[in-house]
Each structure stands twice: as structure tokens, then as C-alpha cells.
Design a protein. Structure first.
Length: 254
């Protein structure tokens, strides 16, 4: 008699028809995904500069000679893009009027809160990789009492929300402007180059010397004096007219 054959171990069992149908219905398995990355908030792409007025030491206030009478003055600050190719180089400008005598120091606490320059331009200003900060000191006159400076008016400025348009930068000529009904003559000026990089990051006190661009003659009428008008030199070219103290805060992106 023949012995029954044993099943060969190489032969596989036939798959059940029901099991193959279930496998076909199942979707293919996907690899496990990690946690979704959160969308980061947009990072500012421009540095910002905030300019705060602290005080101004007035050496010459526009009265000729040794007269120490208070005079109406105004300080105009302007931020400007240094590139000559810029379509609008003026980034921000503002005017701060005050009253002072020669030898007097005016601090921010002595000025009205809405006209104290704290901060100038109403807040931080977006700047480029570096900007020029122009500072100009003017003597204001509304009548014949006080300094009278003979010159042609070359700039008219409207009083609209305290904003001042771009002012010219002549080499040696004195700027004469009209703000509303007030005619002002430039006594001194200065320009500071402000870098917008790590060297300027944070808050820094800055002192700016305002120097007369040229010798300015003038006449004045002392109040109540029977002598009439007197002639004198308001300021001499190169004189230190005022020392301006500011606080600059540079904030960089990120």
C-alpha cells in the first residue's frame, strides 16, 4: 500500500475571497505626520526712530547786542532720506515754538504738553538704513517790536496739523519762512547723520550744536525807548547759537 503524501511546506494556503475584498476596501496607510508648524506673526521690515525733545540752551536769541529780552523762537526738526534720487526725501517734519532770552535754557517740562516735542513727529518714524536729522532754529516776529531782519521771504509754510514741508538747504543763505501770520528768520542749523543699525539700537541722549550759517545784521526797537531803532549784529557766521538736547530711540526689525 502507498503511504499518503504529506503536504509540502513550500505550498501556501489559498487566500479566502472575503479577506481579499476587505483589504481592497481599506485605504492605503499614510505615514504619521508631525505637529503642524504655527504661522509666525509678520516681523517689521523697517527700523523706526523716535525723537524726543529734552532741552535747548539758547546762546543768542536774535536780539542784537547785549539785550537779554525774551524772543519768540521756533525749532524745526526734519527727518530726510539722504539719497538725492528719492522722490520724496522728507520723511517727517515738525515745528516747536517757544520763548527764551539769550543765556536761557528751556526744558520740555516748561512747554505745553501738545507742543513740547515729546515726541517729535507724533511718534516713531520708519527710516531707511540711515537718515539725516536736520535741526533749524528760527527767530519769529509778528510786529515791529523786537528783531527785524531784512531779507526776502523764500518759503511759505501753511499751518496744517503742525506738519512742515521739505525745507531747502542752501549752503550759506539764511532761510526765511512764513508760518501762518508769523514770519521767521533762521538763526542757526545743524545736521546729524543717524545710522539705523546695531550701533544705534536702543535709547541714546544726543546733543546737537546749532551754528549760524552766516552773519546776520538786524535792527531792533527797545520797547518804550525814545531812541527809535538801533542797528546791530544778530549773530555772526560760525557762532554757536544754541545747544539742542534730544533723546533718540532706534528700534530694529525683529
Amino acid at each position: 500500500m502507498r503511504k499518503p503524501r504529506a503536504h509540502s511546506p513550500s505550498k501556501r494556503k489559498k487566500a479566502q475571497p472575503g479577506a481579499s475584498r476587505e483589504q481592497a476596501k481599506r485605504p492605503p496607510s499614510r505615514p504619521a505626520q508631525g505637529p503642524k508648524a504655527r504661522k509666525s506673526s509678520p516681523v517689521p521690515v523697517f527700523p523706526t526712530l523716535e525723537v524726543v525733545f529734552e532741552s535747548v540752551e539758547v546762546r543768542h536769541n536774535g536780539w542784537p547786542g547785549d539785550a537779554a529780552r525774551p524772543t519768540d523762537l521756533s525749532l524745526i526738526l526734519q527727518l530726510e532720506i539722504p539719497s538725492a534720487a528719492a522722490p520724496n526725501p522728507a520723511l517727517a517734519s515738525a515745528r516747536m515754538p517757544f520763548r527764551a532770552a539769550s543765556g536761557q535754557t528751556v526744558v520740555a517740562d516748561e512747554l505745553p504738553p501738545d507742543a513740547s516735542g515729546r515726541p517729535f513727529f507724533g511718534g516713531p518714524v520708519k527710516v531707511s538704513n540711515h537718515v539725516n536729522l536736520h535741526a533749524r532754529l528760527f527767530v519769529d516776529r509778528t510786529n515791529a517790536i523786537g528783531p527785524i531782519l531784512g531779507a526776502a521771504l523764500n518759503t511759505v509754510i501753511g499751518t496744517f496739523v503742525g506738519k512742515i514741508p521739505l525745507l531747502g538747504s542752501p549752503l550759506r543763505e539764511v532761510l526765511h519762512i512764513q508760518v501762518g501770520n508769523v514770519i521767521s528768520t533762521e538763526l542757526a542749523r545743524a545736521t546729524a547723520i543717524i545710522p539705523a543699525d546695531e550701533s544705534m539700537k536702543g535709547t541714546h541722549p544726543v546733543a546737537i550744536a546749532l551754528v549760524a550759517p552766516r552773519t546776520i545784521p538786524g535792527v531792533y526797537a527797545p520797547p518804550g525807548s525814545p531812541e527809535g531803532y538801533r542797528k546791530g549784529v544778530v549773530v555772526t557766521e560760525g557762532d554757536l547759537v544754541a545747544l539742542l538736547h534730544l533723546t533718540l530711540t532706534m528700534t530694529l526689525p525683529g
